[in-house]
Ligand binder design. Structure first.
Ligand SMILES: [Zn+2]
Length: 263
């Protein structure tokens, strides 16, 4: 899964600066036929990596993206198409920020207080290839978050979609993702099982997350990885591709904190 980062700093939700202790992940889909990430995600002048992000996402000429004030919605991430047509995920809030994605349910409680959220950008819901790619990215993102926050995906109420949240009394009455997944024979039980499979695969193999280029490496690792590249200690396979694993990024970051990359 390619994971970019473009925090929606102009959104009122970001500006509210409330945090949560994540207890689960809520999967949404947009309910509108527009699979492009640029529809929702755009950098502003102060966004780190603005030029690269604009190139990767493509520019939204309509000004209706979510990186602006006056909206009452915000999620932690989006999955959809980049400008080149490939499918990727973008982080749009710090994972432990309190999002505005679920509304309040019939119990009076809200998954906004407990769940990390992301939107899967819908297309016209008829393309199996796009569904497969978006579904796969959603599984991998959820697995990453479960791993990062020590969440058990099969535990009751941990990995749920918006409609699941409604049924549980912690979200407004939206149908997502049941308007989409079942068209391709999938539901949230399949999704949770695939998250578990991905986490188990991670343990058996050497970690699923690889970053192709330096630009793909998440910002919090990038400084350390850059230093290793600058020292010619990390070369990848030529052609500008690093294919560096998240494990290695983490190791380099620890070494960097110890000052070992500045010697
Ligand atoms: Zn939703």
């Amino acid at each position: 899964m390619k994971l970019l980062k473009c925090i929606l700093t102009e959104n009122d939700c970001y500006r509210a600066k409330r945090t949560i202790r994540p207890k689960g992940v809520m999967v949404h889909s947009t309910g509108a036929n527009n699979p492009t990430l640029r529809r929702y995600v755009q950098p502003v002048a102060s966004t780190p990596g603005r030029e690269e992000l604009l190139t990767a996402l493509g520019a939204n000429p309509n000004g209706n993206h979510w990186n602006r004030p006056g909206l009452d919605v915000c999620v932690h991430g989006f999955i959809g198409r980049l400008a080149d047509g490939s499918v990727a995920a973008v982080q749009t809030l710090p994972w432990d920020h309190r999002g505005w994605h679920s509304g309040t349910g019939t119990s009076g409680n809200s998954a906004n207080n407990t769940h990390i959220s992301f939107e899967m950008c819908e297309d016209d819901l008829t393309d199996p290839a796009y569904f497969r790619q978006a579904y796969r990215a959603a599984v991998e993102l959820t697995a990453m978050l479960c791993s990062q926050y020590g969440l058990s995906p099969l535990e009751d109420g941990v990995v749920i979609c918006h409609q699941d949240g409604y049924r549980r009394g912690v979200a407004s009455n939206h149908g997502d993702i049941y308007n989409w997944f079942p068209r391709f024979g999938m539901d949230m039980n399949d999704f949770r099982a695939d998250v578990v499979r991905t986490l188990e695969g991670d343990k058996e193999e050497d970690g699923m997350v690889y970053f192709k280029t330096l630009a793909d490496v998440p910002e919090y690792y990038r400084g350390a990885v850059q230093k290793a590249v600058d020292k010619d200690a990390l070369k990848g396979g030529g052609n500008g591709e690093l294919n560096v694993s998240e494990d290695l990024c983490r190791t380099l970051t620890v070494l960097d904190r110890m000052g070992k990359l500045d010697e």
